[in-house]
Design a protein around this ligand. Structure first.
Ligand code: ASP
Length: 435
C-alpha cells in the first residue's frame, strides 16, 4: 500500500474511532486522549518538524548552487511572488464572498462559548518586513523561523556562487546534511499513519461530530469556498497545459499528510520528496519554490480568515460596509502571509484579523471548537496552492529554456552557414583559374 493510502485509512479510522469513543464512552475520552492520542500525535508532529529546518536549509543552498546567476534567481522570485499575490487575493475574496452569499446565521444560545484568546496587536507590515531579515543565520535555524531560514540560505547561496571552488567543501557538507535529513524523514514517515490516526482520533473524540451540526453553515460554507479554490487551481493548471491528475497523484502523500496533520510545515519535507521523485519537477525549482510557498502561501488560511470575519460580522449584526470589507480584506491578506504552518495557527491569528477590522473578538470563541476540523481542509489547500505555483514556475522555466535553446541553435546554425559560406567563398577565391 502506498503512503497516501495508509494515511487516508488512518484518517478514516481515526474519525470512526474518535466518534465511537465520544459517543459510547465519553468518560474515558479525557484519559485516553491525555495518555494516548495527544502524546502520540505530538511526538509525530515534533519528529517530522525535526527534519524541516535542515531539509529546507540544505535543499535551498543546493538549489542556489545549481541556479547559475542572480538574474535567474530574481526571475524565480518575481514570478512566484506575483503569482502568490494574485491567487491569495482571490482566496481572500472567495472566502468573504461565500460568507456574504450564504448569509450564514446561527443561534448563539446553541453554542458552548470557549474562553476568548489573548488579543495580539494588529499587524504592522513594515515591522514584519524588517523582522524577516535575519541578523544571525544560526539563530534563524535554531528558532525554526522558516522565512529567516530561507533568507539565510539565499544569502549563503549567493556567497557560494561568488566564492566558486573555495565553497566546494561547504557544498559537500550541505549535501551530506540533505542526504541525512532525507533518510531521517523516510524513517519518520513509517510512523505517519499512527501519528495521523492519533491526531484525528484526538480531535473527534474531544469535539464529537455533533459540533459540525451546530456550526453547519460555518463548516460547509468554508468547505465550499475551499472547493471553489481547488477548482480554480485545476483551471489554472489546465490553462498552463499541466495535468491536474498527474499533480494530484504525484503529491497525494503530502496532500493527505497536510489534511491529517493540519500542518503545512509537516507536509513540506514530503512535498519536496513528491516533487523530486513523483512529479519530476526540476530540483532547483522544487527546492526553491516549495519552501518559499510553505512560508508564505496560505490560500486555505486566507479563505478561512476572510470567511470567518464576515461570518462573525453577520452573527453580531454588524453592517458590511465597504470600509469594513476593505479592512477585512487587507488584514486577512497580511495575516495569511504570516500564519505559521502548524495546527491551529489560524485560530490564533483570527483575533488579529478581527481586532484589525474592529470586529468583536468573542467571535473566536464561537468557532474555536470547530476550527480544527476546517483546519485540515484549509491546510491541504495551503499545500496545494504552493505546489501549483511551483509546478507553473517549472513549466514556464522549461518553456523559457527551450526558447533560449532554440534561439541559440538558430544562431549557431546561422553562424555555421555563414562560416561555411565564407569558407566556400574563400576556397573558390583561392582556387587558381587553371584548377
Ligand atoms: N494549519 C495551517 C497550516 O499549517 C495554518 C492555519 O492554521 O491556518 O498551514
Amino acid at each position: 500500500m502506498t503512503l497516501s493510502t495508509l494515511i487516508l485509512l488512518a484518517l478514516v479510522g481515526g474519525l470512526a474511532f474518535g466518534t465511537a469513543l465520544h459517543d459510547l464512552c465519553p468518560a474515558w475520552v479525557g484519559l485516553i486522549d491525555h495518555y494516548g492520542f495527544d502524546p502520540l500525535g505530538q511526538i509525530f508532529l515534533r519528529l517530522i518538524q525535526f527534519v524541516v529546518v535542515p531539509l529546507v536549509f540544505s535543499s535551498l543552498i543546493l538549489a542556489m548552487a545549481r541556479i547559475r546567476n542572480a538574474a535567474q534567481m530574481g526571475r524565480y522570485t518575481l514570478q512566484l511572488l506575483g503569482g502568490y499575490l494574485l491567487t491569495s487575493s482571490l482566496a481572500v475574496a472567495l472566502g468573504m464572498g461565500t460568507a456574504i452569499v450564504l448569509r450564514s446565521s446561527v443561534q448563539m444560545t446553541e453554542l458552548a462559548i470557549a474562553p476568548v484568546l489573548e488579543t495580539p496587536q494588529a499587524p504592522d507590515l513594515l515591522a514584519w518586513l524588517i523582522s524577516l531579515v535575519p541578523t544571525n543565520p544560526l539563530t534563524a535555524l535554531a528558532t525554526g523561523n522558516l522565512l529567516q531560514t530561507i533568507l539565510s540560505a539565499g544569502l549563503i547561496g549567493l556567497g557560494i556562487q561568488q566564492a566558486g571552488n573555495r565553497a566546494q567543501p561547504f557544498v559537500q557538507f550541505v549535501e551530506s546534511i540533505y542526504a541525512i535529513s532525507e533518510k531521517i524523514l523516510f524513517l519518520v514517515l513509517y510512523a505517519s499513519p499512527i501519528g495521523v490516526f492519533a491526531l484525528m482520533s484526538s480531535v473527534v473524540a474531544n469535539q464529537g461530530l455533533g459540533i459540525i451540526a451546530k456550526l453547519f453553515n460555518y463548516v460547509v460554507g468554508d468547505a465550499i469556498a475551499i472547493l471553489w479554490m481547488i477548482a480554480i487551481y485545476i483551471a489554472i493548471l489546465l490553462a498552463f497545459k499541466l495535468s491536474p491528475l498527474k499533480l494530484f497523484q504525484s503529491f497525494s502523500p503530502s496532500l493527505s499528510l497536510a489534511f491529517g496533520t493540519a500542518s503545512s510545515n509537516a507536509a513540506l519535507p514530503v512535498a519536496l520528496q513528491d516533487a523530486h521523485t513523483q512529479y519530476g519537477m526540476r530540483d532547483e525549482i522544487a527546492s526553491f519554490a516549495i519552501p518559499l510557498g510553505t512560508a508564505l502561501k496560505r490560500d486555505g488560511s486566507a479563505i478561512m480568515q476572510g470567511f470567518n470575519a464576515v461570518f462573525i460580522a453577520q452573527l453580531f449584526h454588524i453592517p458590511l460596509t465597504p470600509t469594513l470589507l476593505s479592512a477585512i480584506f487587507l488584514s486577512t491578506f497580511l495575516v495569511s502571509l504570516s500564519t505559521a504552518g502548524v495546527p491551529g495557527a489560524g485560530i490564533i491569528m483570527m483575533t488579529t484579523v478581527l481586532t484589525a477590522a474592529g470586529l468583536p473578538v468573542e467571535g473566536v470563541a464561537i468557532v474555536a471548537g470547530v476550527n480544527r476540523l476546517v483546519d485540515g481542509l484549509s491546510t491541504m489547500l495551503n499545500v496545494l496552492g504552493n505546489i501549483v505555483h511551483a509546478a507553473i514556475l517549472d513549466k514556464l522555466e522549461r518553456n523559457y529554456l527551450e526558447t533560449i535553446a532554440g534561439v541559440t541553435q538558430e544562431v549557431t546554425t546561422q553562424e555555421t552557414v555563414a562560416i561555411a559560406m565564407q569558407a566556400t567563398a574563400g576556397s573558390s577565391l583561392n582556387q587558381s583559374p587553371v584548377d
